[in-house]
Design a protein around this ligand. Structure first.
Ligand code: HEM
Length: 137
């Protein structure tokens, strides 16, 4: 049982790290000066991975919670809230992307700004959650 808890916790943490890596890749692409159509193709390619990793974080989180008999600590509430925030903001960003005028330069600049802001906030929230989780223990 002890091994199972350690494994699910390590997996949970691994997916959190993977999410941070995906954020860094997204930010790197958004800040590189490539043509928007090429950039959007690359971003569209990574977007599904972001949500797959987010689901994996939730799934492994639920396993860890179940193993710990659903004891809700403050850090777990924080993780769930951060996770929901990232998901909801991600859906909103995707809707904006779908509706935007892809060939209009102003819309391209606005979308890039919005995406950079979103991923920066995601990264800050994740780092704060990690610090809080280890700080509380
Ligand atoms: C982006 C969001 C999340 C981040 C950054 C995050 C981060 C972490 C970290 C750093 C740990 C400590 C791992 C260790 O000690 O090795 C942890 C543990 C845990 N996570 Fe998350 N997590 C997130 C989302 C979730 C979600 C959505 C759930 C539940 C559905 C969840 C449930 C748990 C549980 C139950 C633990 C064990 C807590 C304890 O030991 O008291 N996490 N998480």
């Amino acid at each position: 049982m002890e091994e199972f808890i350690t494994l699910s916790m390590q997996l949970h943490l691994l997916f959190v790290i993977l999410l941070v890596v995906l954020i860094i890749i997204n930010l790197y692409l958004l800040k590189s000066d490539s043509v928007f159509i090429k950039l959007s193709r690359k971003l569209e390619l990574i977007a599904p991975q972001y949500y797959i990793v987010l689901s994996a974080i939730f799934f492994t989180g639920i396993i860890v919670m179940a193993v710990k008999k659903f004891a809700f600590s403050l850090s777990v509430w924080m993780m769930i809230l951060v996770w929901l925030f990232i998901l909801v903001k991600g859906i909103k960003k995707h809707k904006i992307y779908k509706k935007m005028e892809k060939r209009d330069e102003n819309s391209q600049v606005d979308y890039k700004k919005l995406a950079i802001k979103k991923y920066t906030i995601d990264a800050i929230l994740i780092i704060v959650t990690i610090i809080f989780t280890y700080g509380v223990h």
